[in-house]
Design a protein around this ligand. Structure first.
Ligand code: UDP
Ligand code: MG
Length: 324
């Protein structure tokens, strides 16, 4: 029996990487199409152009013209990786899906291992990085801290050091397709879906060409997205912070009143007053900011806009029929 698998690849300005990546994928798919054990895999590749400003779209069309297994999807502008992946996954109507980065950091040569785990019955096979080559210690340590924080705050299991290199079974994919929230923290969404998951440790290679689109600021925002989408703990923290300061203020206020009653109050205490006002003001602003983060996301959800807009959709010309 042959199974269906779609490799979904989001690319933003990856014109230099795609010609290097595609032959590697094609070679793997060829070997999977005619499995000696008779488990043929009917695989195709879906490239999503996330509003690239370089030659990426032209390169994708060339790939589609030369390989009948290639489907291409172009979004109307740059929506960001998470939405580009969503757009790609939405187009997978049959079989499982495997997500891969366009820059060659996730080795396509591992696809057979993912497929083998899928055949064992796992619904979510994800790659975990053994080490992070070509990434400085700042990125490594902040990533580590992030996974610890979110692991503590969120009730949804989010495995550490796991990117989007992942295979989803048809039912896990169908579940994911039902999650239509705008603020998409994919790692969390995969965790929310659940089912049987298994990790495949792998060495994450450095980028083949170009440089990462995720600078420190974008990663910080992604971390905020992850925390606010999967935890309301910061809101509760604000409440506790407020309670704590109110309690301290009450105790201190009582002390001040008693002191004035028994010993009188020559006008003094400007420094204490200033520090109390500034401290309380600061705490209030922080709490307001936290509430604002959630309110802003609520506002975005309430607008009910489509998640992304498609410019061009070109399905694969034909999938190799996979006769042995
Ligand atoms: N990507 C995308 N849209 C964006 C930014 C990135 O589709 O707005 C793609 C990019 O082309 C690559 C993947 O997401 O295939 C991972 O991006 P990158 O290599 O920059 O991130 P890193 O590997 O450093 O986490
Ligand atoms: Mg990369």
């Amino acid at each position: 029996m042959s199974e269906r698998l779609t490799i979904v690849i989001a690319a933003f300005n990856e014109a230099d990487n795609l010609p290097l990546l595609h032959p590697r994928i094609a070679a793997v798919l060829d070997s999977l199409a005619h499995d000696p054990a008779g488990n043929d895999l009917d695989a195709q590749v879906l490239y999503v152009d996330d509003g690239s400003s370089d030659d990426t779209w032209r390169v994708m069309q060339q790939l589609a013209a030369s390989d009948r297994r290639v489907a291409v999807l172009r979004l109307s502008r740059n929506f960001g990786k998470e939405l580009a992946l969503t757009a790609g996954l939405d187009r997978v109507e049959e079989g499982g899906a495997l997500i891969l980065d366009a820059d060659g950091q996730d080795p396509p040569e591992l696809i057979p291992q993912f497929v083998a785990k899928w055949r064992e019955g796992y619904d979510d096979v994800h790659g975990t990085r053994l080490e992070r080559e070509g990434e400085g210690w700042i990125k490594r340590s902040t990533a580590h801290a992030f996974y610890r924080v979110i692991g503590r705050l969120s009730r949804t299991p989010i495995p550490a050091d796991t990117g989007d290199f992942r295979l989803l079974s048809p039912r896990a994919l169908a579940a994911l397709q039902q999650l239509r929230e705008r603020h998409r923290f994919m790692k969390g969404l995969f965790g929310w879906v659940g089912f049987n998951s298994v990790a495949i440790p792998y060495h994450r290679a450095p980028r083949a060409a170009g440089h990462s689109k995720f600078n420190f600021w974008r990663l910080w925002n992604l971390a905020l997205e992850g925390i606010t989408s999967f935890s309301t703990a910061p809101l509760r923290l604000a409440t506790y912070l407020g309670l704590l300061t109110a309690l301290t203020a009450f105790v201190y206020g009582t002390a001040v009143i008693l002191k004035a009653l028994f010993w009188g109050d020559p006008v003094a205490g400007w420094p204490t007053m200033m520090s109390v006002i500034l401290f309380l003001g600061g705490v209030q602003l922080i709490a307001l900011g936290v509430i604002g983060e959630y309110l802003g996301r609520l506002y975005d959800e309430s607008k009910q806009r489509p998640l992304y807009l498609v410019d061009t959709w070109q399905p694969a010309a034909g999938v190799s029929s996979g006769q042995a």
